[in-house]
Design a protein around this ligand. Sequence first.
Ligand SMILES: [Zn+2]
Ligand SMILES: [Zn+2]
Length: 141
Amino acid sequence: MQDNDNYCDRSGFLVGANGVVPADRRRYRHAQDPDIGCNELGCDSCGQQVRQMPRVELTDPEAVRPVGLFRQDDWLQLPFIRQRAESTARLYACACMVRSVTWPEPMGPEFPMIDESMHQRWQCMGHDPEGASDDADADGW
Ligand SMILES: [Zn+2]
Ligand SMILES: [Zn+2]
């Protein structure tokens, strides 16, 4: 099952905590894969790779500044973030945008169903098929 282009189906998906964001960056979403989130999402606007962490929630969304969140190594140190084991949410952030996701959401511009600005900015940047398998937690850097 090899595609010539190693990009996620529909420009990548965001998934909630019940979905999977593979730690192996070579893995990406095929059309038949359910609930596989992209682990190589990039932002067209700020040029950064999108970070994510499952089962964390914003307790005070008004207090969040995307760039501050993005630059903080340990999100759990931030006063407006809380980790909850039973949470179904996954938090995503680049340097210019923050989004909490519960259900799988495709990123392609042909699916501008939730937040048009987000769908214009975030997309799968492609997955290196030769990249070394990385056992590091995909939830970190
Ligand atoms: Zn992808
Ligand atoms: Zn951005």
